[in-house]
Structure formats: C-alpha cells, structure tokens
Design a protein around this ligand. Structure first.
Ligand SMILES: Nc1nc2c(ncn2[C@@H]2O[C@H](COP(=O)(O)O[C@H]3[C@@H](O)[C@H](n4cnc5c(=O)[nH]c(N)nc54)O[C@@H]3COP(=O)(O)O)[C@@H](O)[C@H]2O)c(=O)[nH]1
Length: 726
C-alpha cells in the first residue's frame, strides 16, 4: 500500500490548492505537502490530470489511488476514505457580472448561474437556491476558471467558485464579488476503500506537519496564500475612474452622483473586508472547536471522539487484507494516589509524562488516543499475529519502567493493558472497546503493571464484579461480613503473640466467600473504604476482649489495602477504632503491602509517620515480591517484615527461596525489624525458619484462620503453641 508501488494521484485545476502550471508541472498546497510525505515514505507519485468530475469517476473505479484537494461531505465520506486532518478550510462564493444587481441568493431569480460540475459548493448552492424557491438556469463547466470566464463573457450572470480560488484568480476576469458566501467545507486528501492504509499514512504525516509551526505545510500555505495576496480587481480603479469621468461630463447632478458612487464603492469594499474578517474568525473558531472536540487539552493527543471518527479508516486495511488490528486499552495504575498525595498538578504532570513515553515507543502506523482520566488507547493496525499485539503491549509497559520525575521527585508509573483483536474478538468499535476494557480490568485485578489479551468470559466477569460491589455494600449493612483470625506465634518458644484478622463474607447466595474474590473489586470501586473501616473497628473490639481475658497481651494484625491507606482521613479512622474499642495502640498492627511503598514515596512515609505517632505497629506484608529498596525502608517507621508465603513454600528444598528468606531475616534484623514468616505448612519449614532466627510464624501448620468462637477455643491454656498440638 503505497510502500510497494507508485501512487496514482488525481490532480485537477483548483489553484492554489492543486493545479498544473504553464510549464505542465503540478503545483499547489496539496502537491507541496504530498511530495513532502512521498519523500519521507519513499513513494513515487504518478499524477493523472483530468477534470474534476472525471477524477471522481476514475477514483470510484479504483483507477487512481488518491484525490488531492477534495472537499469533505458526509455523502463523499460514504464513498471514499478521507484523511482525518484537513489541508485548508474553504467555502463557496458567488461572483457576478459587472454592474449586475446581485446581492443575495434571491437576486438570482431567472438568472443564469455557472457551476463547476461535481463541485461540492455547486451542489450546495444549487440546493440552497432550490430551497429558497429561486428559479435559475444552471450552466455547468469543467473548472472554476471556466465558470468565471462564462460570467466575464456574458454567458452567465453569476458563477459559484470556492473562496481560495476566487481570492487568487477572480481579479483576472471582469467579474464582481457578491456578498454571498456559503457552505464552509474542509479540503482533504481521499482515496477509495482499497487505499485506506495509504490515506492513514498521509493522515499521520499531515497531523505531524500541522502540529509543527515551522513545517513545510505552513511554508506552503505562506507561499501560496501570501504570494498571491488578496488583490482588488484590476479593473476596479479604471472602472471607477472611467465612470467618474463620464459622470462629470454628464453635467448637473454629476458631482453628487459621483460622490454617491464613491461612497457606495467604499461601503462595498468595507463590507467585503468585514465579511472576509467575519468569515475568517468563524473559520478559526470552527477549527478551534473541532480541535477541542477531537483533541485532549492536557496531552495534545487525539481523544476518544477522534478514535471513533477514525475507526472506519483504522479497520479498512485489515478488512481488505484479511489481516488483523488491535486496540490496547491502557489504564495508568495508582494515578489516584499521585493526585491525592502530590496534588492534581503532579497528577497532570504524570499523565503528560506517561503520554509522552507511550507515544515515543509506538511504531510508525500505531496511533495513541487519550480517553480521559488515566485511560489511553493505542490503535495498532499492522498486526499479523496475536504475538505482534503482545509485543506492542510489552513495549508500552517497558517504556514506563524508569521512574518519572515529578517536581523533582521520582515517581514510579505503571499501567494495566487490555488487548482486543479485530476481527477475532469483535468487529464493531463498541464491541472492541468493551473487550479491551474488560481485559484491562482483568490485568488490573491480577496485579497491575501487566497486559491481558481478551478472552471470552471476561465481560461476564466485569458484570459480575459490578454486581459484587453493590452486594458488598449491602453486606455491610446486613452484617454478612465476618472476621476469621489466624494465630501468630513466636518461633523460638511457641508463645502466641497475636492473630491476623482476615475478612470473610457470608453471602446468602454464594456461601462463605474468601477475600481474594471480593477485595480487589472493593478496592476498585472504593467499597473497601467503609469495609476496611469496619474491619478495623471489629478487629480492635475483638482484640480488647482477648486483651482483657488473657494473661498474655495479644495483638491483632489488620490488612490495609492501598486504596484505604490513601484515604485522606485514614489515620483518623484508625484513631477512632482505637478510641472506640479502648485497645492500646501498641496491640494493633497494620499490614500494608510492599507494592504500596513504590507508588508515591513521600506521602506513604508521611502517613506511616502519623500512624507511628498514634503508637500502632506497622508491618510490610508479602515482603520480597516488590522492589522496595533497603535504603528507603530504613527511613520508614516499620516494625515488622512479613516474608511472603511464596518463598516460605519452597523452604527448605529450594535453594533460592531459602536464600531469599534468610537474606530477608538478616537484613531485617540489621535494620532492627522483626520478621514474620507466613504460610508455614510443614514442620521442616518451622525448623528451618527457627534455626535462621525468624522471629514469628503463621500458617496452616500452626492453625488455619478460625472464626471468633473457634479461635477462643484454640488458644492454648498456657498460651504456648507446640507442634504436637496440631
Ligand atoms: N484489605 C484487606 N485485605 C484482606 C483482609 N482480609 C484478608 N485480606 C487479604 O485477602 C487475601 C487473601 O486472604 P485469605 O484468603 O484470608 O488468605 C489468608 C490466609 O488464609 C492465607 N494463609 C495463611 N496461612 C496459610 C498457609 O499456610 N498456606 C496458604 N496457602 N495460605 C495461608 O494467607 C492469607 C493471609 O495473607 P496475608 O494477608 O498476606 O498475611 C490476602 O492477601 C489478605 O491480605 C482485610 O480485612 N482487608
């Protein structure tokens, strides 16, 4: 498509947009820009010069690949594939024979009007006259030039041309401009359905050229539009002078008449200038509106509306070549955290930086759109296999690996990507977006910073998730939530030091549900905030009961989700739970995940320090699965590290797991932290961890998480767990 063969370009005479000059060369704004693009793409342009109507027919038959300087209309968009970007705005103007009293469309009643055949303005104006019920005789020509000639020679009373042509050339003919302007249109390049790929490439170049103020596009506009600046008709001074002389000779009222003629001439000139200025302002306003409607103000990227508009072009090539295209729905992870912690200006900066990183790693034919908020979409249409789409996604994820500098601070950005493939997954724009969106949610729920290909069932999962959120909020009101507690023991002597509170949902429909099923949904929807507050107050209430009954002071660990932690009043919620229950703060341990530390360092540290001031203990859950740096951990008021159960599972057989676990223990002790190993399932694990100095342990080997009543029965009388007990 273009890259493999010469491009046959239909050219016609519509100067200065496109025309053939006296030496037979093709020239004009559309040609300058196209030749620039052809050089960049290595295309050979083969010009086919013909009258406009003939070119349209030849393009319909596929005999030419591209038409230059074609005005956009909805009807034409149904027949041809247009570039999304326009070359120039244009509108229709009516010129009249000298001295004829034609100032409005109604004045054309019973007159002869010259129209260029198949021109967009001709059809629009003829239609307008018919709607005004003006009876006129139409005279069709093959070019705008012939239409003006017809007026100049008296064959027609008026002619319809476009304003750029009229401004540049009408002065050559004995014609007069009227105040009749109509039908603003935008001039584009267009091809037939089989050249969609070619048109898309031109579109990409044109967008880039228009975005650079010093590009050859603007040089061409300047060259063609200012070299031939708007000139007063050459015949006008002579006509006025001649008319004035004649009038002087006529005697009596000649002077008065001449003054009137001059005044009228000035008025007309003024009106014409005002009209031009008003039209220009309107055109600029329309361009601006169009830009606002189709581009995102923050990143400058085309927006969702733009994608919807370009979708037919996007899928035309894969449709024709029986190949594939992919849409990649991208959602920045944790943007809310940045907004809430560093402010919305920082959030905006992050969005801009991410947009730039993503844009910079796209292939030549891929396009990126900002869909709003933290969402972007990449449209990739040279996808030969699913692997190609995955490669694009991997590149996008890799581009975000390095931290982004936001106001002098390094902020780690990542994204979750959902991929839907055309035509495998869906063929409609709505269907593809829905699939990609569902896949993106799946990626987000399965750990973020990853991509997911759409597969059937994912949309159902989204629906189910929405359903879960509604039911979860009701569950809170209906007291369907409950806590199970898993004991934590000191590995050296088996002393029970506390429990971890783990939420369960007693759903009347599905029975007892584990948190893995609903916590991620609750995180996304925000339901985790009230649910988490309930967990805190319930766990504190329970812990104070044990605290009062037991000879040993027992602590309770509560999991805090990232979303909950980032709530502006999170510290207040914790304080409230402590005050309401009367639990000493040192008996409450909050578990945050290592991943949270990576999001926005500064605010996490502030919140941790505020919690520490309350007196609660702080623990890093699932340690070893993230990338938090030791140096950074040292600055935080952390008390405990929990070795992730994935490492504990491999102990002692797997060398690498054993090594990681021992390194974490040594490192944590070096920092003055205590270590809990979670997920202990065997006696060998207990021995190994004890031998390597791990302080505490938790796992099915010791006890499973148990409901409130059962845990009370489980607690050994002397508060010391022994393996034999299990
Ligand atoms: N934000 C909140 N998150 C919560 C809350 N309650 C739980 N969770 C998180 O949900 C995840 C799954 O929890 P759960 O299904 O309860 O699983 C816990 C234990 O049952 C399980 N576990 C304990 N011992 C073993 C073992 O020996 N083997 C094994 N395969 N699993 C075991 O581990 C989970 C405890 O994990 P952790 O929190 O990392 O200590 C889990 O991520 C919970 O954090 C809540 O109220 N809020």
């Amino acid at each position: 498509d273009g890259a493999e063969r010469a491009v046959r370009v239909g050219v016609w005479d519509n100067p200065p947009i496109v025309f053939r000059d006296a030496a037979g060369r093709h020239a004009g704004i559309a040609i300058d820009v196209l030749e620039q693009i052809a050089r960049a793409e290595g295309w050979e342009l083969v010009y086919e010069h013909a009258p406009w109507g003939e070119l349209l027919e030849r393009m319909e038959r596929g005999e030419i690949d591209l038409l230059t300087g074609i005005g956009y209309s909805a009807e034409r968009a149904g027949r041809f594939v247009f570039t999304g970007e326009s070359l120039i705005g244009n509108w229709g103007v009516v010129y009249k024979g000298r001295g004829l009293p034609i100032a409005s469309p109604l004045d054309l009643a019973n007159r002869r009007v010259a129209f260029m055949r198949n021109a967009i303005h001709s059809d629009a104006f003829a239609d307008l006259l018919r709607r005004f019920q003006v009876r006129f005789t139409a005279l069709y020509t093959d070019s705008y030039e012939d239409a003006l000639k017809a007026v100049a020679t008296g064959a027609a009373d008026a002619a319809v041309v476009n304003r750029v042509f009229g401004t540049m050339h009408a002065h050559r003919y004995a014609v007069d401009i009227t105040g009749i302007v109509f039908n603003p249109v935008y001039v584009h390049y267009a091809g037939h359905a089989g050249t969609a790929g070619l048109v898309a490439r031109i579109d990409g170049h044109l967008a880039r050229l228009k975005a650079q103020p010093d590009s050859p596009y603007y040089a061409s506009l300047e060259r063609w539009l200012t070299e031939h600046e708007v000139r007063a008709p050459t015949w006008l001074p002579a006509a006025i002078a001649g008319g004035a002389l004649a009038l002087t000779l006529v005697g009596g009222g000649a002077w008065l008449l001449r003054m009137q003629v001059q005044r009228r001439t000035r008025e007309l000139a003024l009106r014409s200038n005002e009209l031009e200025a008003a039209i220009e302002q309107r055109r600029e306003a329309q361009e601006r509106l169009k830009h606002f409607a189709l581009y995102d103000a923050l990143t400058g990227l085309p927006n969702r509306a733009s994608f919807l508009e370009r979708f037919p072009v996007f899928v035309a090539e894969p449709e024709r070549q029986k190949s594939r295209a992919a849409v990649l729905f991208i959602d920045i992870d944790h943007l809310k955290t940045v907004n809430e912690s560093l402010g919305h200006a920082a959030g905006d900066e992050l969005i801009r930086a991410v947009a730039e990183r993503l844009r910079a790693c796209l292939r030549a034919n891929d396009s990126i759109f900002r869909f709003g908020g933290d969402e972007f979409l990449v449209a990739a249409n040279q996808i030969h296999s699913i692997g190609d789409a995955e490669a694009v996604a991997s590149r996008l994820l890799r581009s975000l690996k390095q931290p982004v500098d936001i106001a002098g601070r390094p902020v780690y950005a990542s994204a979750s990507i959902g991929i839907a493939v055309y035509p495998d997954d869906e063929t409609t724009v709505e269907g593809l977006l829905k699939c990609a969106d569902a896949a993106m949610y799946h990626a987000k729920e399965h750990g973020r910073n990853r991509y997911q290909l759409y597969r059937s069932g994912l949309i159902d999962a989204v629906v189910e998730r929405l359903d879960i959120d509604t039911r979860l909020r009701q569950a809170l009101e209906r007291a369907e939530l409950t806590l199970h507690y898993q004991p934590i023991v000191a590995l050296a002597d088996g002393r029970v030091i506390g429990t971890e509170a783990l939420i369960r949902w007693n759903d009347p429909e599905h029975g007892l549900m584990r948190p893995d099923v609903f916590i991620p949904h609750a995180e996304r929807s925000g339901a985790i905030v009230p649910v988490g507050a309930w967990v805190l107050s319930e766990a504190c209430r329970q812990a104070i009961a044990w605290h009062q009954d037991s000879p040993e002071p027992l602590s309770v660990s509560v999991n805090v989700s990232a979303r909950q932690f980032q709530e502006p009043n999170f510290v207040g919620t914790v304080e409230q739970a402590l005050v309401d229950s009367g639990l000493p703060p040192s008996r409450l341990q909050l578990e945050i995940t290592e991943g949270l530390l990576l999001v926005v360092n500064i605010n996490v540290a502030d919140t941790l320090h505020a919690l520490k001031r309350l007196g609660v203990r702080l623990s890093i859950d699932d340690f070893g699965t993230g990338y938090s740096s030791l140096a950074y951990l040292k600055q935080l008021p952390i008390d405990v590290l929990k070795i992730d159960r994935s490492f504990v599972a491999g102990i002692p057989e797997r060398m690498d797991d054993a090594q990681i676990a021992t390194t974490i223990i040594t490192m944590a002790h070096g920092l003055g932290l205590r270590v809990v190993a979670e997920g202990i399932e065997t006696e060998r694990q207990v021995h190994f961890l004890r031998e390597h100095g791990c302080d505490y342990g938790q796992g099915y080997f010791i006890a499973r998480p148990l409901p409130e009543k059962e845990i009370a029965r489980w607690f050994p009388k002397d508060h010391h767990w022994r393996a034999a007990q299990n």
